[in-house]
Design a protein around this ligand. Structure first.
Ligand SMILES: Cc1ncc(COP(=O)(O)O)c(C=O)c1O
Length: 383
């Protein structure tokens, strides 16, 4: 189906931060398949683990214990501070799980018609519940009736939560991205997540964070909430968890997870031996290479370089980001930059029509980082 506006280019192989097209041309990838291939393309360690596991056992079923899934859950709870994990296959499914958990928690508390507070400008996926939670009318257009039970408020506006008196008794959770990705790399004011945590505590609401794009070292920590020293109740992951092998996860604290019982939720493929082996290898590799720290350092350097080179241009509204999640907001529509970058053999993305979005692999070298900055600066200057 024509669900994608595809560029007329196809890649046949890759290595590290580079992709090779069908004619043998090399491209520097500053997008990582939209925050997926953080360890680079055709990573030999991950490819080796996948090949070995595929030769041993790909799939059994969640009817049986899956030792690799249990090991992965241990690793994820260890790095996140949460207690339990449900495995699925994508970001949207991870968020579906989070939404179901919030609703079940509400019913457990005798709230029969629960409301989840979500954010304008957010993106949570394309299934019916996640697109209903998404704060972007363009993504919802044509799919009504939307799922009820979501209330959208402005992002990064803590006072917005004071203005919900009509639904206050029904609110069960606040769900948001710690940094909005598709919305244009919107980084909230420092202290915002802490303030939200506080409000959720005072009201007995759950705090559910969508870390599908920000998670797994992308912003300079395993998870973006760790920059603010808070612990959410629910966290969703996908994208780089498998470095390209599909896997999603919904993590929760014990008190919340215990309401999910046999029959509450399920997934045929979720956390199968192959996906679990790949994700375990990803965590091992990120941890050994200390990629959270590296992403943080590279991000600081890139923001400084972009600031020095572009900060004073009238057409540049704001340069922002955290770690290797960087957005350069321009004064007008800049979608044409994607095609212009492609001609320079660089893969970038434009979010929300006017924000150049960079999500390079976390394993880029200093030279590759500088090459990305040089090319992006040239492109923006000549716009
Ligand atoms: C923050 C966030 N949540 C959810 C999703 C949906 O993930 P998926 O496409 O794997 O369903 C995305 C994808 O871009 C995302 O950025």
């Amino acid at each position: 189906m024509s669900t994608y506006q595809r560029m007329d280019i196809g890649f046949e192989s890759g290595h590290g931060a580079w992709l090779v097209d069908q004619r043998g041309e090399r491209y520097l990838d500053a997008l990582s398949g939209v925050a997926v291939c953080s360890l680079g393309h055709a990573n030999p360690e991950i490819a080796g683990v996948i090949a070995k596991q595929a030769g041993r056992l790909i799939h059994t079923s969640n009817l049986y214990r899956i030792p690799l899934q249990e090991k992965l859950a241990d690793r994820l709870t260890g790095i996140s501070g949460l207690d339990k994990v449900f495995f699925c296959n994508s970001g949207a499914e991870a968020n579906e799980t989070a939404i179901k958990i919030c609703r079940k928690y509400a019913h457990h508390k005798q709230v029969e018609d629960p409301v989840i507070v979500v954010m304008n400008g957010s993106f949570h996926g394309r299934t019916m519940s996640t697109l209903s939670a998404t704060g972007n009318p363009a993504i919802q257009a044509g799919f009504s009736p939307l799922l009820a039970g979501f209330r959208h408020v402005p992002y990064d506006d803590i006072n917005a939560l004071d203005k919900l008196d009509d639904v206050r008794k029904r609110i069960v959770a606040v769900m948001l991205e710690p940094i909005q990705g598709e919305g244009g790399v919107v980084v909230p004011t420092p202290g915002y997540l802490q303030a939200l945590r506080e409000i959720c505590n005072q009201n007995g609401w759950l705090l559910a964070l969508d870390e599908v794009q920000t998670g797994m070292c992308r912003t300079g920590a395993w998870f973006a909430y760790q920059h603010e020293n808070i612990l959410p109740d629910v966290v969703t992951l996908a994208k780089s968890l498998g470095n390209g092998l599909p896997i999603g996860a919904c993590l929760a604290s014990e008190a919340v997870a215990e309401i999910m019982v046999p029959g509450s939720h399920g997934s045929t493929f979720g956390g199968n031996p192959l996906a679990s082996a790949a994700a375990l290898a990803v965590i091992e590799s990120m941890s050994r290479q200390k990629l959270a720290g590296r992403a943080g350092e590279l991000g600081t350097i890139m923001l400084k370089r972009f600031g020095d080179e572009l900060g004073r241009l009238d057409k540049v509204v704001e340069i922002r980001g955290k770690g290797l999640m960087i957005g350069i907001e321009l004064a007008g529509d800049c979608t044409e930059l994607v095609g212009q970058a492609l001609k320079q053999r660089l893969l970038i993305n434009v979010a929300a029509k006017r924000v150049v979005r960079l999500l390079p692999p976390l394993i880029i070298s200093d030279d590759e980082m500088n090459q990305i900055v040089d090319t992006v600066c040239l492109l923006i200057k000549s716009l």
